[in-house]
Design a protein around this ligand. Structure first.
Ligand code: DLL
Length: 425
């Protein structure tokens, strides 16, 4: 069993709770004293003196934060440190609204590196292993986060960044890449190009993927195509980037959230009330060690549930979250049936001969919505087979269009656009 930081990763439940209470208090005090935005928000919510906040029992009295708080305070209105202490920034623009900016002090970069290094070790990496980092090195946090972590973990980095997939595959072969990191759909793309070039990557052992909907079916497909063990890594700009919220371990039984760095709650997105373990709701995150912008009760928009707080077979004690089921704003309602794109992905991956390239097209005609699933598949697969299986698994019947391998558009950079809206009138 290998840990990057065994003391932190195997703390007892009591130690975790104690540590979290101390850090929660410090975080709320930090935000309150460093930035008027937080102070005003908390005073308005009835927290008259900062010392009224004592521990995790008090957290439910604090108001939530959301993406809009970042957007409305663009560029650095939430920042809790002097500008001269900022060393780096990342930004996500999303599809709507202005950007979410996350500045980092050197301590924040260290914290990010530590969280990400734990993920590398949890996957099975050892010092000197070759890691190929395929997300872009830019405002997106993926490339740099994986880089900071690899430096902390002592790995040999091939910082390819995104795009130029042929070169990626050749470099992986020439330098013996052992760990491949990227967004989920890029793993599929890498495999296609390996086939086109007739290149095998016998030294590749681990894949660390995330940033997009990642069904269990897709994870298994990627594993069998690339001949690797694939891990589901989680994080977001607002919490400090990739890996900050953890990853699944070799047991593949939930995402271990680094609880010495983040306190998590699951709430009912409609009422804001906390839900018990095991019930699916929206993940709310409070950072415990971030300086430049601590997040306090940040509504992530991601739907998941707490699977277990018990010690895992890997030896780690940190809480485990179910795979992200979707985003609160991703839910599709077609003909009265509610579902998430990931459920379609999971169902598609169960059909033999179906390839992991697909699109969900929402067609709207005169206000009436219908859904079409375009998917690449081998010749043996028909549209009827797709429709029948989706009907069985999801309870509704979309149209299923089968495409030959290579016919659907490919994206070499960034997150895949799986859901497409086609409004006729
Ligand atoms: O996507 C961070 C990241 C980079 C994670 C590379 C993993 C790999 P953002 O661009 O801010 O940051 O987007 C964050 O992406 O709220 C989720 O909705 C989604 N997301 C991230 N990881 C996963 C995952 C990066 N493993 C948003 N499974 C989050 C499902 C994920 N969704």
């Amino acid at each position: 069993m290998r840990f990057f930081n065994s003391t932190a990763e195997t703390m007892s439940r009591d130690e975790i709770s104690h540590y979290q209470n101390v850090r929660l208090r410090e975080t709320v005090h930090w935000a309150w004293t460093q930035n008027g935005f937080f102070r005003k928000r908390y005073t308005e919510a009835g927290l008259l003196r900062v010392h009224d906040f004592c521990d995790s029992d008090d957290i439910v009295h604090l108001p939530f934060f959301c993406k809009n708080d970042f957007r409305e305070t663009y560029p650095l209105g939430l920042c809790c440190v002097e500008r001269r202490l900022i060393r780096e920034m990342h930004m996500s623009s999303g599809s709507t609204g202005s950007a979410v900016v996350m500045p980092y002090t050197s301590s924040d970069i260290e914290q990010w590196g530590e969280c990400m290094a734990r993920c590398y070790f949890m996957a099975g990496a050892t010092e000197g292993d070759v890691v190929q980092i395929t997300p872009s090195f830019g405002l997106f946090n993926g490339g740099f986060g994986m880089y900071h972590g690899a430096q902390t973990a002592g790995l040999f980095v091939i910082p390819t960044g995104s795009g130029n997939t042929e070169r990626q595959v050749k470099l992986a072969k020439d330098f013996g890449t052992k760990i491949l990191c990227g967004v989920v759909s890029y793993a599929v793309r890498i495999f296609e190009v390996m086939l086109e070039l007739g290149i095998e990557l016998p030294e590749l052992r681990y894949g660390i993927f995330g940033a997009e909907s990642f069904s269990e079916g897709m994870r298994r497909r990627i594993e069998s195509q690339l001949g690797i063990e694939a891990f589901d890594i989680y994080g977001m700009t607002e919490t400090g980037g990739v890996g900050t919220l953890g990853m699944d371990c070799q047991a593949h039984d939930g995402i271990h959230v680094w609880e010495d760095h983040y306190y998590i709650e699951i709430i009912d997105p409609a009422t804001g009330k906390n839900l018990p373990d095991g019930e699916q709701g929206e993940l709310v995150v409070t950072s415990l060690s971030r300086q430049a912008i601590p997040v306090i009760r940040f509504k992530t928009g991601d739907l998941t549930k707490i699977i277990s707080r018990e010690k895992c077979t890997c030896g780690r004690t940190h809480v485990r979250l179910a795979k992200i089921a979707g985003r609160t704003d991703d839910m599709l309602i077609i003909k009265g049936v509610n579902f998430f794109p990931q459920q379609v992905e999971d169902a598609l991956m169960e059909i033999p001969g179906v390839l992991p390239q697909y699109q969900i097209v929402i067609e709207e005609n005169d206000g009436v919505r219908d859904i079409r699933v375009n998917v690449e598949a081998e010749e043996s697969v028909t549209g009827y087979m797709i429709e029948k299986h989706l009907k069985e698994r999801l309870g509704f019947s979309p149209k299923g269009d089968v495409f030959k391998p290579g016919e659907l558009p490919r994206q070499d950079i960034g997150k895949a656009q799986r859901v497409i809206y086609d409004k006729k009138k």
